[in-house]
Write a protein that binds this ligand. Structure first.
Ligand code: ADP
Ligand code: MG
Length: 310
């Protein structure tokens, strides 16, 4: 049986027509005969087809549909994010109290405890997206977001994303002593890809930084593309936790605009300036729209209260 065309088409894993040619009499030429034909040896007779042989089958190998070549490892966009390590010296120059460098400090233990409790709640409910905000400016929202992110990132093989969504007064880059790369506004609007905005500070911590205040702060978070972009980010990066640092709740409506994108809110109260009525006002604004996962009491020592209560 003449099975040459079958093998030829199949072994090339491509449509049979691209590698088999028809001679003038309509029979299929083998590769060797075709070469001779091209060299001007067309007078060599093509193999005579046996009329009793079954008709030549044309097999078009169906393309194998895989997202990535079978031989290469599965692409992980987390690993492809730029790695921009945080320099210890720059940390100190930034002057921010970062517990990562003071592991014996009670504050470090308090953040680790907060981390553990938060993770328990998130896992129990299948949540991952947390907004961090304070009632008023200067309570320690960024301080909490950065230190909690670093505490979470100490868990081996975990993935934490920290994003600065405080377009009123962005300060995560400053706190970490990092040069701000990226553009949150354009990223959220879907105008620049994930890997041009996000970077990794370590194997387990990705950052989305904001450079300057933006006069259209509220509109950025109201943009319908914002939700789609962040949804895609979580689909692609598979983070365990995403922390969003937001502006003060009682001063701006940014957090309320952003609530559809989060599973819960961590409120940061400042023991030296936050009043009970501030917390009550925040809870009232969030009531029925999201869960308040906890109220963190910052600067408790100076206020005489117990430190960092959740
Ligand atoms: N517990 C703390 N101990 C020492 N400094 C703190 C503490 N909490 C906040 N700060 C400092 O106070 C300032 C205001 O805190 P920040 O987190 O920027 O407030 P917010 O983001 O709520 O406006 C920052 O310089 C921060 O480093
Ligand atoms: Mg801040």
């Amino acid at each position: 049986m003449n099975d040459q065309p079958f093998l030829h088409a199949f072994s090339n894993m491509s449509p049979a027509t691209s590698h088999s040619s028809r001679a003038e009499d309509g029979s299929v030429m083998s590769g060797q005969v075709r070469k001779r034909f091209r060299r001007g040896a067309a007078q060599i007779p093509a193999p005579v087809r046996d009329s009793t042989a079954p008709p030549v089958q044309t097999v078009v190998a169906s393309p194998v549909v895989t997202r990535y070549p079978a031989t290469s490892p599965i692409r992980d966009e987390w690993d492809e994010l730029r790695l921009v390590p945080m320099g210890v010296r720059r940390h100190f120059l930034s002057g921010a109290p970062l517990v990562n460098f003071f592991r014996r400090d009670p504050a470090a233990q308090a953040f680790d405890l907060l981390r553990t409790r938060l993770l328990q709640t998130l896992r129990a409910n299948g949540w991952s997206r947390i907004a961090i905000a304070a009632p008023t400016q200067g309570c320690g929202s960024t301080f909490t977001a950065v230190n909690l992110a670093q505490s979470l990132a100490r868990i081996p093989n975990s993935r934490t994303v920290l994003m600065d969504l405080n377009h009123r007064n962005p300060d995560i880059a400053l706190t970490l002593g990092l040069d701000c790369i990226g553009d949150t506004r354009r990223f959220l609007a879907g105008e620049i890809p994930l890997d041009r905005h996000l970077m990794r500070a370590s194997k387990t911590l990705a950052l989305g930084l904001t450079a300057d205040p933006d006069p259209d702060a509220a509109e950025i978070l109201h943009n319908t593309r914002c939700g789609e972009t962040l949804e895609r980010m979580t689909e692609v990066l598979h983070p365990d936790v995403v922390l969003y640092d937001l502006p003060p709740i009682l001063a701006y409506d940014d957090l309320v605009a952003f609530l559809p994108q989060v599973d819960g809110v961590l409120l940061v109260a400042d023991g030296t300036q936050t009043l009970a009525r501030h917390i009550a006002a925040c809870e009232q604004m969030l009531d029925g729209q999201t869960q308040v996962l906890g109220v963190i009491l910052n600067r408790a020592r100076r206020s005489g209260l117990k430190e960092y209560q959740l």
